[in-house]
Design a protein around this ligand. Structure first.
Ligand code: GCU
Length: 423
C-alpha cells in the first residue's frame, strides 16, 4: 500500500473507533437503542421461494431455494462476485520455521499472486500451526485489520509495503496465537488491505481490477463491493490452505470481527468448502437483522461505507422492509455447516439481540437439512454459549475480540469439528 492509501486507511480506522469503541465512548447519537422502539416487522421466510412455493425437502433447498437466496444477496446486498480462482494464481512460501513462539508453533509465510505479474495484486498469508502436531490440523482463517505484523510480536513477520514497524504485535490481544496452537489449531491470517483497500471511491487498487472489462474502472451496478472482494480473498486463501500439508483443508474455520465478520459470513455463505463460520460483533450487514433498525441502519452503513456493498443496497435506505432478504437468510446459506454468532453486551451499535434473532430464524433451514438447528428460542444470558449447530454467545464488554471470544470459538470448534493434538 502506498503512503496516501495508508493515511486514508488510518483515517477510516479512526472513524470506526470513534464510532464504536467499547465502554467509555458513547454509541452514535440519533439511532435507536431502545427495544420498545423497534418497529413491527415481518421477516421473509427462508423456506418460501419467490414463486410462493414452500420448500419442504432438503433437496429442494439445495437445488432451487439456496441458489435463489444466494442470488438475492448478490443482487441486493453484497454484489455478484464476478470471478473465481484466476488461472494464473500461484504462490511462493517465503518463510518457514519450526521453532516459532518459543518452540510452540511452526510458522509459514506465503505470498499468493493473483496474476503472472509479481507486482500485480497479491496477498501475504501468515500461518502458525502447533509445533507438535502429527498431522494436518483444523485451522482458523481470519483477515486482520492492521497488517500481519500486528498479530504477534514475532520479528520474522514480513512488514507490509508502507507498514509501520512500531505497531508490530500491537493486536496480539485479538490474536492469542499461543492459545490457539496450544489447543491444537492452526491460525492463518491476511491483512485485508492486501485484497482491497478499505477506502471509499477507490476502485483502482486491490483485486477489483482483475474482473474489469476493457475500459471499466469500477465495479458495475450489482457487482461486488469491498466485502465481496475480501470474501473472495478468503476463498483464495483456502485454495492455498487446501494444499498445505500442515492444514486440514476440510476443517478450515472462517472467522472475522466487525466488518470482517460481515465478510466471514458472506464468504462462508458463498464458499461451501469452509467447514465452520464465525462472526464476531458483525452487526448491520453481518449477523444483525436489518428490519429491526436497532443501532446501525442500512442507510447509515451505506452512507459511511458505500464501498462495502453493491450500489443496489442503497435502494433499501430507510426502506428495510422492501428487502427481499434479511440477514437470517445469510446464515441459512451456511447450512448445514456449523455457524457461530458472537456478540458483546455493550456493542449496541451491532444490535446483539438482532444478531441472536438472525441465528435463531436461520434454524428452520438447518433443521430441514437434518441438524439440530438453534437449540434455544430465547436469548441466553452472558457467557452462556449455545453450542447447537447454529450457535450463539454474548459476553460482557464492548466491540472487540477478547480472550473470552477465543475460548468460545475454540469450544465451539471442538464440539463441531473435533480437534487433534490438544494439550
Ligand atoms: C463501523 C461500522 C460497522 C462496522 C465497524 C467495524 O462502526 O459502522 O458496521 O462493523 O465499523 O468494522 O469496525
Amino acid at each position: 500500500m502506498n503512503a496516501p492509501a495508508l493515511l486514508r486507511w488510518t483515517a477510516s480506522l479512526t472513524l470506526g473507533l470513534l464510532v464504536i469503541a467499547p465502554g467509555a465512548i458513547a454509541q452514535p447519537q440519533g439511532f435507536n437503542y431502545d427495544e420498545s422502539r423497534v418497529p413491527e416487522y415481518s421477516l421473509p421466510d427462508p423456506l418460501v421461494a419467490e414463486d410462493g412455493s414452500k420448500v419442504s425437502t432438503a433437496d429442494a433447498w439445495r437445488q432451487s431455494r439456496r441458489p435463489e437466496v444466494l442470488r438475492l444477496f448478490e443482487d441486493h446486498v453484497y454484489g455478484k462476485t464476478p470471478i473465481g480462482r484466476p488461472e494464473a494464481m500461484r504462490w511462493e512460501v517465503f518463510d518457514a520455521a519450526d521453532d516459532a513462539i518459543g518452540g510452540l508453533a511452526r510458522r509459514k509465510q506465503v505470498r499468493i499472486y493473483f496474476t503472472e505479474d509479481d507486482d500485480g495484486p497479491r496477498m501475504d498469508l501468515l500461518l502458525y500451526t502447533p509445533a507438535d502436531a502429527d498431522g494436518p490440523v483444523p485451522t482458523f482463517l481470519g483477515l486482520n485489520f492492521r497488517g500481519n505484523h500486528t498479530v504477534f510480536p514475532d520479528p520474522a513477520i514480513r512488514l507490509p509495503e508502507g507498514g509501520d514497524e512500531s505497531v508490530r504485535g500491537e493486536r496480539r490481544g485479538r490474536w492469542p496465537v499461543d492459545t490457539i496452537v496450544s489447543n491444537g489449531y492452526g491460525l492463518a491470517t491476511i491483512w485485508y488491505y492486501d485484497i482491497d483497500a478499505d477506502v471509499k471511491d477507490r476502485w483502482d487498487d486491490g483485486v477489483h481490477p482483475l474482473a474489469y472489462a476493457e475500459g471499466q474502472s469500477e465495479p458495475g451496478s450489482g457487482e461486488w463491493g469491498s466485502i465481496g472482494a475480501w470474501a473472495w480473498g478468503l476463498s483464495r486463501a483456502l485454495d492455498y490452505l487446501e494444499t498445505d500439508e500442515q492444514v486440514d483443508g476440510s476443517r478450515v474455520i472462517v472467522m472475522g470481527h466487525s466488518r470482517l465478520g460481515k465478510t466471514s459470513l458472506w464468504s462462508g455463505a458463498q464458499d461451501e468448502r469452509f467447514a465452520l463460520v464465525i462472526s464476531n460483533d458483525s452487526g448491520c450487514g453481518g449477523a444483525a437483522l436489518s428490519r429491526r433498525r436497532f443501532g446501525e441502519t442500512v442507510e447509515r452503513i451505506n452512507t459511511s461505507f458505500p464501498h462495502w456493498f453493491t450500489d443496489r443496497f442503497t435502494q433499501y435506505n430507510g426502506d428495510e422492509d422492501a428487502l427481499p432478504v434479511d440477514q437470517h437468510m445469510l446464515i441459512a446459506l451456511i447450512a448445514p455447516r456449523p455457524v457461530l454468532v458472537c456478540s458483546a453486551e455493550e456493542d449496541l451499535w451491532a444490535d446483539p439481540r438482532g444478531e441472536f434473532l438472525s441465528a435463531r430464524h436461520a434454524g428452520p433451514v438447518y433443521e430441514l437439512l437434518g441438524t439440530d438447528g438453534m437449540a434455544r428460542d430465547e436469548m441466553p444470558g452472558l457467557n452462556d454459549l449455545i453450542a447447537s449447530t447454529v450457535g450463539y454467545h454474548i459476553r460482557p464488554g464492548g466491540h472487540d475480540v477478547t480472550d473470552r471470544d477465543w475460548e468460545v470459538f475454540i469450544e465451539f470448534a471442538d464440539t463441531h469439528l473435533g480437534r487433534d493434538g490438544a494439550r
